[in-house]
Design a protein around this ligand. Structure first.
Ligand code: DOR
Ligand code: ZN
Length: 357
C-alpha cells in the first residue's frame, strides 16, 4: 500500500463500553464523546441497570455528563437477570429506553453477581427478543470453575451459545469481546444473524503481557488475553472486511488502587487512545482501507442504524506518541492502556469556531 499519512473517516462508534457512574462517569465520558458518535453502554453498575426505568435514569445521567460541544448518543442496554420480565423488556425496547440486552453469566466478570444462573429459565425473555428483533449481547464465558480460564470462551460457545442459537435461530446475537480463534470461526462461519465485537487491546497484547517481568495488573481483563495464535486470528478477523466484526473497545476503567491490589479488578481503560491504537494495528496489517468499515460502518449496519453523518481525521506523525499519562478522578487516578508498540496516529483537532484575538 502507498504511504498514507492522513485518514478521513466516517465518525466511528464504540459498540461495547463501560462508562460507570457519578464522578467516574464524569471523568471518563469526555474521552469517548470527543471521538465516538455513539456507544453501546454496558449496564453492569452496582446495582445493575435492569429495568426500563433504571436504564432510562442511567441514560439521563450520561446525557447530562456529556461536555458542551460534544455530540454523543448513548445506546443503552439492560442487564438480564433470572428475574427479567419479558413485558418490561418489550415495553422498554419499543419506547427506545434500550437497544439491546446484555447476558452476563452470573459470576463471569465484574459486577455480574446478579447475572443469569439459569439459561432455561431465560427462554421467555429470549423468545420475546427473537420476536421483536432485539439483539442479545453475550459475555461468552462459562463460570464452571472446573473449566480452565483460557478455555472458558470456547466452552461457552459449545455449551451455552450454540444450544441457544439452535433454539432461537432468528435471535440477533453479538458475541462480545471475542478473544479466541474458536470465537472468530464461530462468528465468521455461523448461520443466522450473529456478529462479534473486538477490543483494541486484544488485537495488541497476548497473555504474555500479563506476566512480562512481573505481574501486570493493567493488562488484566475478562475475557483474559489468550495465546499468540488467538491474537493473530483476531487481527485477521478485524481486517478481513467481514461486516460481522466491528469495534467494541470494552474500555472498563477501575481506579489504580483497585487494579494494583492482591485481587485486582478486571478491565482496561482504553477510551483515551483506542482509535489511535486501532489505526496503528490496521496500518501494521496493511489494511488502513478497511479501518472505516470496522470502526464506523459494520456496527451501525448490524444494529440497523445509519452511519454517523460527520467525519473524523487521523494524522500520522513521523514520531510515535508518548506513553499515555494517567487520568485523574476525584477518587484517585486511572491508568490508560499502554499498547507497548509505537503508535504514530493521532486525532486531528476538529476545526472549532475561530477565536478573535
Ligand atoms: O475486564 C472486564 N471488565 N471485563 C468485563 O466483562 C467487565 C469489565 C468491567 O466492568 O470492569
Ligand atoms: Zn465489557
Amino acid at each position: 500500500m502507498t504511504h498514507v499519512s492522513r485518514l478521513d473517516l466516517v465518525r466511528p462508534d464504540d459498540w461495547h463500553l463501560h462508562l460507570r457512574d457519578g464522578a467516574m462517569l464524569a471523568a471518563v465520558l469526555p474521552f469517548t464523546s470527543a471521538v465516538f458518535g455513539r456507544a453501546i453502554v454496558m449496564p453492569n453498575l452496582v446495582p445493575p441497570a435492569r429495568t426500563a426505568a433504571e436504564v432510562a435514569a442511567y441514560r439521563a445521567r450520561i446525557v447530562s455528563a456529556v461536555p458542551a460541544g460534544h455530540v454523543f448518543e448513548p445506546l443503552m442496554t439492560c442487564y438480564l437477570t433470572d428475574g427479567t420480565d419479558p413485558a418490561d423488556l418489550r415495553a422498554g425496547y419499543a419506547a427506545g429506553a434500550f437497544v439491546a440486552a446484555k447476558l452476563y453469566p452470573a459470576g463471569a466478570t465484574t459486577n455480574s453477581d446478579n447475572g443469569v444462573t439459569d439459561m432455561d429459565g431465560l427462554s421467555p425473555v429470549l423468545a420475546a427478543m427473537e420476536e421483536i428483533g432485539m439483539p442479545l449481547l453475550v459475555h461468552g464465558e462459562v463460570t464452571d470453575p472446573a473449566v480452565d480460564i483460557f478455555d472458558r470462551e470456547a466452552v461457552f460457545i459449545e455449551r451455552v451459545l450454540e444450544p441457544v442459537r439452535r433454539r432461537f435461530p432468528a435471535l440477533k446475537v453479538v458475541l462480545e469481546h471475542v478473544t479466541t480463534a474458536d470465537g472468530v470461526a464461530y462468528v465468521r462461519d455461523g448461520a443466522g444473524d450473529i456478529a462479534a465485537t473486538l477490543t483494541v487491546h486484544h488485537l495488541i497484547i497476548n497473555r504474555n503481557a500479563l506476566f512480562a517481568g512481573g505481574i501486570r495488573p493493567h493488562y488484566y481483563c475478562l475475557p483474559v488475553a489468550k495465546r499468540e495464535r488467538h491474537r493473530l486470528a483476531l487481527r485477521e478477523a478485524a481486517v478481513s472486511g467481514s461486516p460481522r466484526f466491528f469495534l467494541g473497545t470494552d474500555s472498563a476503567p477501575h481506579l489504580d488502587a483497585a487494579k494494583e491490589s492482591a485481587c485486582g479488578c478486571a478491565g482496561l481503560f482504553t477510551a483515551p487512545n483506542a482509535l489511535e491504537c486501532l489505526a496503528q494495528v490496521f496500518e501494521d496489517e496493511g489494511a488502513l482501507d478497511r479501518l472505516e468499515g470496522f470502526a464506523s460502518l459494520h456496527g451501525p449496519a448490524f444494529y440497523g442504524l445509519a452511519p454517523n453523518p460527520d467525519r473524523i481525521v487521523l494524522v500520522r506523525d513521523p514520531e510515535p506518541q508518548a506513553a499515555p499519562a494517567k487520568v485523574p478522578t476525584p477518587d484517585g487516578t486511572l491508568t490508560v492502556f499502554d499498547p507497548g508498540i509505537p503508535v504514530h496516529w493521532r486525532i486531528e483537532a476538529a476545526p472549532g469556531p475561530q477565536m478573535t484575538p
